[in-house]
Write a protein that binds this ligand. Structure first.
Ligand SMILES: Cc1cc2nc3c(=O)[nH]c(=O)nc-3n(C[C@H](O)[C@H](O)[C@H](O)COP(=O)(O)OP(=O)(O)OC[C@H]3O[C@@H](n4cnc5c(N)ncnc54)[C@H](O)[C@@H]3O)c2cc1C
Length: 468
């Protein structure tokens, strides 16, 4: 007799969802966690990051308020107060998660787990002998961790896990990387008052997002004060009396108080005993899974950042629900491939997107149309901010379906989440056109785009018309 029906390793986004819903459907569940319940998202990712992004947005909000008649004096920012408030909120959330798990009947075991076979997990808790647990199924939901930088002197850089609790708000900061995490922290610390230099090896930040929309955000970040060094790489970091000296490959040198390296994340699968137990990993250490999230070992499943190259909480949640449905439910939940995955970058200005980029659509679809709208949001007619929003629809000509929807500008993430439902439902451009807008909003732009900006005929072909 096994100890339980499901052992979940890791109480992050995917693990908590899987453990809770499996227990609610009657399974006996053990959840093993070596650190704080809630995982990356709650403790070191989405939630604290978004709280800091809110804090940084107040800087511009105070500035812009003057255009609406407000005047204020004596503004000051207290980094310690923000850190304490964040910490209290995270502790509250940890408690909410633990209570939720307990109410569902999940047995939470504290310690670091290692697979000892298809049905056996060893748990090590400091100061205690290892404990063996057996389960009919095992779910690996161990998430990921910041990748180590490759440049010399990397010990002088911090990573995103360490950035939330910096003892002092840096006056000068270098952020290395051009992905969403790097760009968000560059934006946050710039908003909080630091002089930020973002160093990125590519020609444009936010690779993988629609390049026209990413370029709009890049321009906005620079306008807000982030100094962007593109096509640049760090060669070496060295300690100085005041902080850290950054030498770039082209010979440029500058000094900052803090260097944040955010050049990628890797799955947390080292030392988990997966390969030894017969569970295949790919070259980068991700657990190899099929469409049902089953690994090469029939009783072992994986979800979230441990197996997926798209690192997003809602994706880990959806995958966890899918596995639980397969093991303890009807098995009818759809696989990832059938889903639109909306995503956002919480920079200032923010970006959000659902579906295909124009670049992807041009490769995948023989004929299509692009609609764009760039405008000054109503708020900024008085705020004094030069900020403009960009919205974009990518449409498949054959079906008239909106296959890509992108926004850069105020409230973009909130707007795109709503439209993602329409896209998941297969909405056509005609349906967008028939939808009545809410006036005056920025979101209504998506329902009023009538003029085609450009079209394409087939992959790699020049456009049929428009402004290219
Ligand atoms: C700075 C930052 C910002 C982010 N912002 C967003 C955002 O805005 N929106 C979004 O959707 N996503 C965001 N993400 C990504 C999101 O946090 C992850 O995709 C998500 O947390 C992945 O969930 P998971 O369940 O796979 O793993 P995790 O949430 O990482 O949880 C894994 C858990 O497993 C535990 N664990 C690991 N190994 C073991 C072991 N051997 N034994 C026991 N326990 C173990 C860990 O301690 C951890 O608690 C962000 C990530 C970062 C780093």
């Amino acid at each position: 007799m096994m100890d339980c029906d499901l052992i979940v390793i890791g109480a992050g986004s995917g693990g908590v969802r899987a453990a809770r819903t499996a227990a609610q459907s009657g399974a006996r569940v053990v959840l093993v966690e070596g650190s704080a319940v809630g995982g990356t998202c709650v403790n070191l990712g989405c939630i604290p990051k978004k709280l800091y992004a809110y804090a940084s947005h107040y800087a511009t909000a105070f500035e812009e308020a003057a255009g609406f008649g407000w005047s204020h004096t004596g503004l000051a920012f207290d980094w310690k107060r923000l850190k304490d408030a964040r910490r209290n909120e995270i502790v509250r959330l940890n408690g909410v998660y633990e209570a939720m798990l307990e109410a569902a009947g999940v047995r939470l075991v504290r310690g670091w787990a290692r697979l000892a076979g298809g049905h056996e997990v060893l748990v090590e808790t400091p100061g205690e002998p290892p404990r063996a647990l057996t389960g009919v199924h095992v779910l690996v939901a161990t998430g990921g961790a910041p990748a180590k930088p490759e440049f010399e002197g990397s010990q002088w850089a911090i990573n995103s896990d360490e950035v939330f609790d910096l003892p002092r708000l840096p006056r000068r900061m270098a952020v290395v990387g051009g992905g969403y995490i790097a760009s968000e922290f560059a934006s946050i610390f710039n908003g909080l008052g630091a002089e930020v230099i973002q160093v990125h090896r590519g020609a444009q930040i936010l690779r993988g997002f629609d390049s026209e929309v990413a370029a709009h955000v890049q321009k906005g970040l620079c306008a807000r004060g982030v100094e962007l060094l593109l096509d640049s790489k760090v060669q070496v970091l060295s300690r100085t009396a005041q902080g850290v000296a950054v030498r770039l490959i082209d010979g440029r040198v500058f000094e900052v108080d803090v260097v944040l390296n955010a050049t990628g994340r890797r799955p947390r699968t080292d030392g988990l005993g997966l390969a030894e137990a017969g569970c295949d990993l790919d070259a980068d250490g991700y657990v190899k899974v099929d469409a049902q999230h089953r690994s090469s070992l029939a009783s072992v499943f994986a979800v979230g950042d441990a197996c997926s190259r798209i690192h997003l909480t809602p994706l880990a949640l959806a995958q966890a629900s899918q596995v639980v449905d397969l093991l303890f439910g009807s098995g009818s939940q759809s696989a990832d491939a059938e889903r639109v995955v909306p995503t956002a970058v919480f920079t200032d200005p923010p970006l959000a997107a659902a579906g295909l980029t124009e670049e992807q659509a041009r490769v995948r679809l023989p004929k299509g149309r692009v609609y764009t709208g760039e405008f000054r949001p109503l708020r900024h007619t008085l705020s004094g901010s030069p900020s403009r929003s960009l919205m974009k629809l990518v449409v498949d000509d054959a079906s008239d379906r909106v296959v890509g929807l992108h926004a850069a500008g105020d409230d973009a993430p909130e707007i795109v989440q709503g439209f993602a439902v329409a896209m998941q439902a297969g909405a056509t451009k005609r349906m967008f056109d028939r939808t009545i807008g809410i006036h005056p909003t920025a979101a209504e732009e998506f329902c009023t785009m009538r003029k085609v900006t450009r079209t394409w005929l087939s992959a790699g072909q020049p456009p049929l018309g428009g402004d290219e």
